[in-house]
Design a binder for this molecule. Structure first.
Ligand code: TYD
Length: 139
């Protein structure tokens, strides 16, 4: 599955901690967009989509949440609860985010500007596209 947990260096001094992330240095793409999700209601689930081209790094910079990743064959759940951990979510991975703590802030670094046309929001379509890609690779 095209997902990977990054551990970013934390710069510590007597006063506290700092994490710096540079595109193409600490992560494999240039950062073209940053957004964050917070104030998620208890029990709420978000995501329910894949992206055709977009790559993202998910960092829970406060609190905790869980990310379910599905490549059409395998599913895995990753808990994010450390501000120096970043989860790379590649293209064509279905993701759902859940179990947000009340205080969770999920920061997302994205490889492209927002583009609704890049979203696949229908799970059946996602499976169809994944299988079509596998078919092309096997030809
Ligand atoms: P969405 O990506 O579906 O959120 P999630 O995956 O967390 O459930 O986006 C929710 C809404 O916000 C949707 O109407 C699109 C809008 N949006 C933007 O306008 N710009 C952005 O960069 C993002 C990520 C979302």
């Amino acid at each position: 599955m095209q997902s990977l947990l990054f551990k970013f260096q934390t710069i510590k001094d007597a006063t506290g901690k700092l994490v710096a992330i540079e595109g193409l240095k600490d992560i494999p793409f240039e950062i073209k967009r940053v957004y964050y999700i917070y104030g998620v209601n208890e029990g709420a689930r978000r995501g329910f989509h894949a992206h055709r081209e977009l790559e993202q790094i998910l960092i829970c910079i406060h609190g905790s949440c869980k990310i379910m990743l599905d490549d059409g064959t395998n599913k895995t759940v990753v808990t994010l609860a450390d501000p120096c951990h970043g989860l790379l979510v590649g293209k064509m991975i279905w993701r759902e985010m859940f179990d947000f703590s009340r205080d969770a802030v999920l920061l997302v670094l994205a490889s492209e500007p927002y583009n609704e046309a890049d979203y696949i929001r229908n799970y059946d379509e996602f499976i169809r596209l994944v299988n079509a890609e596998v078919g092309v690779q096997n030809d």
